[in-house]
Design a protein. Structure first.
Length: 252
């Protein structure tokens, strides 16, 4: 017997009932305004607060939390058509255009080249040891923003969801699906990681760049390994194309 989409729906419903977790559990199904940290102002929609789900399942019996994995902000599971899909949402209240720190390191190195540092050390304003350290930093440096986003994808998928499965299984003695069956289902399932950035700032300086292409390059390996597609969009596009996929909160 294999793990199914309906099984995962049951796990998500389990998350909504905070009595299944420690008494300090935080709301798991939330208004999108809270999940997006007010990047999205439309309060008519809600989704799973994946940060809070992570906190709830990693809360120890004494109420403490330690060494939490890096979690995506939101989670939503669309079921009922031919292309059932699991959506991870990460909301960044900054525009896609930002300073390219790796490019600035390269600029510093080129400036030192112009000062003959790599050819005539006597004319260099810094020591050879500092120069070698700079070379080493540049060769290993990756933008922290990109590293953190990749980490959220990896740990949300391979650490937090399996931990959630185990938490559910531990509290449902009659649930007979195995960890291996869950992982097999998870890897085959259509998944999308949606990175939502603030709209562009018209006053952005010319020395800034869009690190969208860098993000896309870094996410390519997820497509083949984990069957996950990444979309990098602005707030405006999210509101036009994705917001209406979420559950609507009716007026009371």
């Amino acid at each position: 017997m294999s793990f199914t989409d309906d099984d995962f729906v049951e796990i998500l419903n389990y998350c909504k009932d905070l009595s299944n977790f420690h008494e300090n559990a935080e709301v798991s199904y939330d208004n999108i305004v809270n999940v997006s940290d007010s990047l999205i102002e439309d309060s008519r929609f809600r989704l799973f607060n994946f940060d809070n789900i992570c906190k709830n399942i990693y809360t120890k019996s004494n109420g403490r939390r330690s060494n939490l994995p890096a979690s995506a902000d939101g989670l939503y599971f669309i079921i009922g058509n031919e292309n059932n899909a699991l959506y991870f949402f990460e909301f960044k209240n900054v525009p896609l255009h930002a300073a390219d720190y790796k490019k600035e390191l390269k600029s510093i190195k080129e400036s030192l080249n112009n000062n003959h540092c790599y050819y005539q050390q006597d004319f260099c304003p810094i020591t050879s040891h500092t120069l070698n350290s700079l070379d080493n930093i540049k060769s290993h440096y990756e933008d922290e923003r990109i590293c953190k986003l990749k980490l959220k994808t990896t740990e949300s998928l391979f650490f937090i969801l399996p931990k959630l499965f185990q938490h559910y299984k531990n509290n449902r003695p009659d649930f007979n699906k195995t960890h291996e069956e869950f992982i097999d289902w998870l890897l085959k399932l259509n998944k999308r990681f949606i990175l939502v950035f603030a709209n562009d700032n018209p006053n952005i300086p010319n020395n800034h760049f869009s690190f969208e292409n860098k993000l896309k390059d870094n996410y390519k390996h997820f497509e083949k390994v984990a069957h996950i597609e990444t979309s990098i969009i602005k707030k405006k596009d999210f509101e036009e194309k994705f917001l209406n996929k979420l559950e609507f909160i009716p007026d009371i």
